[in-house]
Design a protein. Sequence first.
Length: 115
Amino acid sequence: QVQLVESGGALVPPGGSLRLSCVASGIEFGLYHMGWYRQAPGNERELVAGITRDGVTTYADSVQGRFTISRDNAKNTAFLQMNSLIPEDTAVYYCNGRWAQNHYWGQGTQVTVSS
């Protein structure tokens, strides 16, 4: 059974930092390209950051320079370090893993940026 389990979401003030984690099970993690998406109320789900199985990273313009995606293949885990958070970053953050025709989602973790 494939599972992607996110954690690390919280309520933080503007300017704060959070580190999200996504632990995968049931897949050969090293084969998968991993991504973090987010969805705010009334908005479509959008790609925040991605990392290929070779470690190549991409970022949405809105988070470039503030967020860092990484992975630890030995621990089957992907991370999203979020710094300088702003209220517009408030959303449910989802982990995604894809390889060939395989495509999996986590259940999401809530990030709220508010004073």
